[in-house]
Design a protein around this ligand. Structure first.
Ligand SMILES: [Zn+2]
Length: 195
């Protein structure tokens, strides 16, 4: 972990963002640790330097728009875009399918910087990538606050251009093999996708 990553880790720990217990992740798998991303997103004094670190890593690629996924990605995209001087838009569900609503548009000439607060399996990011690709816009990279392990974004090019501020690989288990289930520890559902 580099110095910036260590600073971020300390800030998250101090704010109670790194939970320990028995959690059902959005993927359905179980883990003994959970990153409560809203402890970052709720505090402009922390989100500002976090977004600056992402903006600085991608500024030279001249993004024209920052794209996040609702709900957490709205805040991260906004603050990153503010610092880059671009627009910020977000993908959300429409009739159960990810889409750009509210008159948000992307053009083929756009250079989209994608952002994600906590990247776990990459499922929601794959949906965002698909929405951006349909518009014809280029994807210059993916800026992530906390990466939780190997992800499959369905695009080696985007995986190569992914930059995470903090790598925090977490163990996760299929329900049938979860040691905490076996020990009878009550399961909590932090509801990261359903909230
Ligand atoms: Zn379990």
């Amino acid at each position: 972990m580099n110095a910036a990553g260590q600073d971020l880790y300390r800030a998250l720990a101090q704010r109670g963002a790194l939970l320990e217990g028995h959690f059902r992740l959005s993927s359905g798998r179980h883990s003994n640790r959970f990153v409560q991303k809203f402890r970052i997103l709720e505090d402009p004094a922390l989100l500002e330097p976090v977004a600056r670190a992402i903006a600085d890593r991608f500024r030279a690629l001249e993004p024209t728009v920052v794209v996040g996924a609702a709900v957490g990605g709205i805040l991260l995209a906004y603050e990153t875009a503010r610092q880059l001087g671009t627009k910020a838009i977000f993908v959300e569900k429409e009739n159960g399918a990810p889409a750009l609503r509210r008159g948000f548009t992307l053009a083929a000439a756009d250079r989209a910087l994608l952002v994600e607060d906590v990247l776990t399996t990459g499922l929601s990011m794959r949906e965002t990538i698909e929405v951006v690709r349909r518009s014809g816009a280029a994807i210059v990279g993916l800026g992530v606050v906390v990466a939780r392990g190997p992800v499959n974004l369905g695009s080696p090019k985007i995986e190569e251009s992914t930059c995470a501020l903090l790598d925090l690989p977490l163990e996760s288990y299929d329900e049938t093999q979860c040691p905490q289930c076996r020990a009878g520890i009550p399961l909590t559902d932090p509801g990261s996708r359903r909230s």
